[in-house]
Each structure stands twice: as structure tokens, then as C-alpha cells.
Ligand binder design. Structure first.
Ligand code: T4K
Length: 379
């Protein structure tokens, strides 16, 4: 007779921050405190920028205090205006960065496999006011970067990517941060690589470096020279110093996540109604999330039912991204938010579930989560 699994004793979250041990943090803090330079682009900041350029294999990079400010100021630096075509299936920050630049988002439906903006639907949304395409590499799976670039070139549009989830993603071996005009990375505590809060822009045009460095520091070019209307979006020395320590841990964390993803796939792949979104097992994925879709017709219950049931076992899966950004109240006057134009996104947003996924979770816990999901299916 099979024993039924009981829940976890303490809550199991979708992720936990990857952090160095306390001794390493203490040593780093001592170095920063002794230097007396704690923010405004000090030694830690410069060293992190240098190392991240190497790690992500990009030529140009500017650090920020978080991903949202990076995207907001990146859009400003590129001089985008009017309308920007983007995806509704993303975190609010993507579209809020447009809002703060007085740009109207035009929502484009997503493609059912990668869940990224569907390039075949972009062209019909281009108007005289369109200045750019803003794609999101959702869950670290790359957009169709080649087709998007081809459309942008034909219409003279800029291309900007929200690569918040895509740290280390590659496309045919090419680093993700080299596509389009600009890409934004988030280094929030919940990301594979983190600086607690933090972010960066990578970009094609080296001239942007000067503008971005001004924009993130009040537009200050010298003690008596303020050249642009900027903001305060600087990464401080403690963020950068911790980032340098976290960066040492990233490769091992990726290897651990690879093992956990394999277990999830092996244990759940044959379960009726469970479909995996993150399936690249070839080293090209950032391994940011492990995402399933719950197909109600074949699973027999809805995604929301499974989400609620898992909570009874102390498992806190997350419904990224639900609701869609196109459902936010302040966009309801926009034609592009109409549900009939966003059928795939609507469907996907009611089916996705991100499962707990971080190295420290370990194989035993992942196997237990899988057994719980299987036993819930039989009930
Ligand atoms: N674009 C995209 C596509 C994004 O996904 C994001 C951020 C951005 C842009 C903006 O980048 P940033 O400005 O944030 O750099 C979390 C993160 O806060 C957010 O950064 C992330 N996306 C989003 C997908 O996830 P919430 O609202 O789900 O956070 P929260 O606090 O519910 O955390 C999720 C779980 O993580 C918790 O249940 C437990 C665990 N956790 C979280 C924190 C903060 C920890 O164990 N320790 C922690 O310190 O947004």
C-alpha cells in the first residue's frame, strides 16, 4: 500500500536568494567600511561591472540599483516615445517603465511554446507612433530575436529586451545581452544572480554609456555641471560587493538547478494535463524558473485548484504572470487590451504555475513535491 505524503514542516517557497556565507559577507563589508566609499560608483561597482561584462560576454554594460530603474532610464536614453509594442505576459515593471516615460504600451499576443511576444502578430500593430518593440525573455527562454530584428529593421524601430530572467541565456551560443539595441537584467534577490536589489543594461551603441551614467546620477557631469534631468539609480558598494561574492556561486547553482529540473521532468512529464514550459536541458537556459502549465481538460482540475491545494502542504508555488498586464485598470481604454486580441496570453495566464526551484531546495524535497502533485492528481 502506498503511503500518502504529508506536507512540509516549514514553508517551501518558489525561490530563496543565493547568498554567500556570513564570513564572506563580513569580510566584504569590512573592506567596504574601511574604504569609506560606500556608494557613487566606487571600487566594488567598477569591479562588478567588469566581471559581469566578462560573464555575460557583452561589450557595454551599466549597473543600476534595480532592474526597473535600469529599464526606465534605458527607454529614456534611447529616446523612445509614442507607442511601444510589448507583451502582456510579464511582471508589472516592464510596462510601468513605459508608463513613466509617457509611452503607450501596445499589447501583442504571445507565442504558445516560449510564451514570448509572437513575432507573427507584431507587424499588424505597427502605426506611425510606434518607436520600438519591447520583448521579454519570459522565464529565461529567448524571444525569436532574429525575426523581431528583421521586422524592426524593416520599419526603422528600436528593439529593447527585458532580460530580467535571462542571466546566462544564450541563443545558438550567442549571449542574450547582445541582441537588439539594449537589454535589461534584474539582480533582485529572487534572481539566479543577485545583488539583493540591482540591475544592469547591456547595449550595442557605446555612446549610450555616457548618457546612462548621467541619467542614473541626477545628470551630474561635474561639481558645477548638471547636463540632464536624471534620477538616483546608482548601485551602492554593498550591493556590488555582495554581487561579486554571489557571482562566484552562480555556476554551481546552475548545475544544482539543472539536476532539479531533470527530476521534475522525470517525475511529472507523464502526468496527464501537466505540460512543462522550461524544457531546454542543453545549457542554453538561464534556469531561472521551473514552470508548468496545468491543462484543466486533461488534468481534471484547474491551475488555481492545484495552487491552493499545494498551499495546504506548505508549498508556495506562484502564478507568474497572472493577471496579465493588459488587465490593469489604467489600460482598459486601450484597444490592444481587448481579450479577443490576446487569446493565447489569456489562456496561458490561467494555466501557468512556477514550482519551487533553487539549488538549496535539494533533490529530496523536489521528489516530495512531485509525489504530492501526483497524489493530488489521483484524489
Ligand atoms: N521584468 C521582469 C520580467 C521581472 O520579472 C522583474 C522582476 C522586473 C522586470 C523588475 O526587476 P527588479 O526591479 O525587481 O530588479 C518577485 C521579485 O521581487 C521581482 O524582482 C521579480 N521580477 C518577480 C518575478 O518576483 P514578487 O512580488 O513575486 O516577490 P515576493 O516578495 O513575493 O517573492 C517571491 C518569493 O521569493 C517569496 O515567496 C519568497 C522568496 N523570497 C523573496 C525575497 C524578496 C525570499 O525567500 N527572500 C527574499 O528576500 O516579485
Amino acid at each position: 500500500m502506498n503511503n500518502l505524503e504529508s506536507g512540509f514542516e516549514s514553508p517551501v517557497y518558489i525561490t530563496r536568494p543565493l547568498l554567500p556565507d556570513l564570513q564572506q559577507i563580513n569580510e566584504k563589508l569590512l573592506e567596504i567600511v574601511n574604504s569609506k566609499k560606500v556608494t557613487n560608483m566606487g571600487a566594488q561597482h567598477h569591479e562588478l561591472e567588469r566581471r559581469l561584462k566578462q560573464y555575460l560576454n557583452v561589450e557595454h554594460m551599466t549597473l543600476f540599483n534595480n532592474g526597473t530603474m535600469a529599464l526606465l532610464l534605458g527607454i529614456k536614453a534611447l529616446g523612445l516615445q509614442g507607442e511601444v509594442i510589448t507583451t502582456p505576459f510579464t511582471f508589472p515593471a516592464t510596462v510601468q517603465a513605459l508608463d513613466w516615460n509617457q509611452i503607450t504600451p501596445v499589447f501583442c499576443d504571445i507565442e504558445p511554446h516560449t510564451l514570448n511576444i509572437d513575432p507573427t502578430k507584431i507587424e499588424a500593430l505597427i502605426t506611425e507612433r510606434t518607436s520600438a518593440i519591447l520583448g521579454v525573455h519570459v522565464f529565461g527562454n529567448p524571444c525569436d530575436v532574429y525575426q523581431i530584428q528583421e521586422i524592426a529593421d524593416r520599419y526603422g524601430l528600436k528593439v529593447i529586451y527585458d532580460a530580467a530572467h535571462a542571466f546566462g541565456t544564450t541563443v545558438n551560443g550567442v549571449p542574450i545581452g547582445t541582441f537588439g539595441d539594449m537589454s535589461m537584467f534584474s539582480f533582485h534577490a529572487t534572481k539566479l544572480f543577485n545583488t539583493i536589489e540591482g540591475g544592469a543594461l547591456t547595449y550595442r551603441d557605446s555612446d549610450l554609456a555616457r548618457t546612462l551614467n548621467l541619467l542614473k546620477n541626477f545628470g551630474i557631469a561635474g561639481e558645477d555641471d548638471v547636463q540632464l534631468s536624471g534620477l538616483n539609480a546608482k548601485m551602492n558598494e554593498i550591493q556590488a560587493g555582495i554581487g561579486l561574492e554571489v557571482l562566484r556561486l552562480v555556476d554551481e547553482e546552475r548545475a544544482r538547478r539543472q539536476e532539479l529540473l531533470t527530476i521534475y521532468l522525470d517525475e511529472l512529464r507523464d502526468l496527464p494535463g501537466i505540460k512543462f514550459v522550461t524544457t531546454q536541458n542543453d545549457g542554453s537556459s538561464s534556469l531561472q524558473y521551473c514552470v508548468i502549465r496545468v491543462i484543466e481538460e486533461s488534468y481534471g482540475e484547474s491551475r488555481d485548484w492545484l495552487y491552493q491545494e499545494l498551499r495546504k502542504y506548505n508549498i508556495y508555488a506562484r502564478r507568474y504572470f497572472y493577471p496579465l498586464c493588459s488587465e490593469f485598470a489604467w489600460y482598459q481604454h486601450l484597444e490592444s487590451t481587448r481579450a479577443e486580441n490576446l487569446k493565447v496570453a489569456q489562456q496561458v495566464s490561467s494555466e501557468v504555475l512556477c514550482l519551487p526551484f533553487y539549488g538549496e531546495l535539494g533533490a529530496t524535497s523536489v521528489r516530495k513535491i512531485c509525489r504530492i502533485i501526483r497524489q493530488l492528481h489521483r484524489m
